[in-house]
Ligand binder design. Sequence first.
Ligand code: TLP
Length: 357
Amino acid sequence: MNWIDLRSDTVTQPTPAMRAAMSRAEVGDDVYGEDPTVNRLQEKAAELTGKQAALFVPSGTMGNLTAILAHCQRGDEVILGDKAHTFLFEAGGVSALGGVHSRQLPNQADGTLALEDIRAAIRPDDPHQPITSLITLENTHNRCGGVPLSPAYTRAVGELAYEHGLKLHLDGARLFNAAAALEVDPKALTQPVDSVTFCLSKALCAPVGSIVCGSAEFIERAHRIRKQLGGGMRQVGVLAAAGMVALETMIDRLAEDHARAQKLAEILSECPGLVLDPDTPRTNMIFCSLREGFPLTASQVAQELKAHGVQAGVAGARRFRLVTHYWIGDEDVLKAGQAFIEVLNSVPHSVRTGRDR
Ligand code: TLP
């Protein structure tokens, strides 16, 4: 079946241009630094983010872990949001593998951490306490609705970090979606941070891979850590070639995904039993929930949607996350909207609305 797969932009298949580039990629042993395609990709990534150097890693999770371990010693503390992907969905790697203590601050609805909360969380120099070394932000912020964080906010956190001698890392898995939504150069979002991870394998459609960027000295440390984590790859130019196509051809089209998400949200806003989050979508993610008292769970609705060829992301007992991407066209948006309407309409009116006719 040709699914309309809205579960994530991680489901994106490589484009024909990527497959072609992979088959003709020039490769070498990247552990020796001799893969020309990887080297070109890393140079391009550093240029796009305005950093001195970059490192190709297998995943966003390994990118964030590598960066955090390159910034922190065992027993140090990282300040991050309680809805951060690194805190919720990276299997606790920073503490399990790095001995890094995590200090979670409440993520505000707009994906930010309040500056006064960060300031209050920075530890004094006291042998009873861990050493605060790092702050991490996420942009776009996934669990806060795919919201973009502004350059002004990122700069304010950067200044605060600098004032206290801390480093700032950005989980920019969807950095280019944020830049597209804000209509800014990605460098405006990365200039204030010491390091950034972004993903090739999400909205940019590459099959595998993420990139960590930072100063040359930081990337040298990250390189050793990647090796410790088992992420040193060999003739990996076959993957980097797809990544190169991603950077050259997929960034400028991201606004199309955002426009399609808007269109789908408009259709869903007419859907009985469904309540959209305020302001959703800000980028390529729609968050919405089944109305209180609706007789089906999100999983049950998702199951019903499959009969219409639609895969929806379940983000809670009553909650959905729907993500648009390269493989979701205008027709798919209409079909997916229609599928939601049909499935939710198949529940009797009085039950859907909570009112008797
Ligand atoms: N996110 C995935 C799932 O893990 C939830 C998704 O479908 O959105 N940072 C952010 C902000 C992410 O959203 C993700 C993946 C990662 C890091 C991790 O990337 P990978 O999956 O490459 O390890």
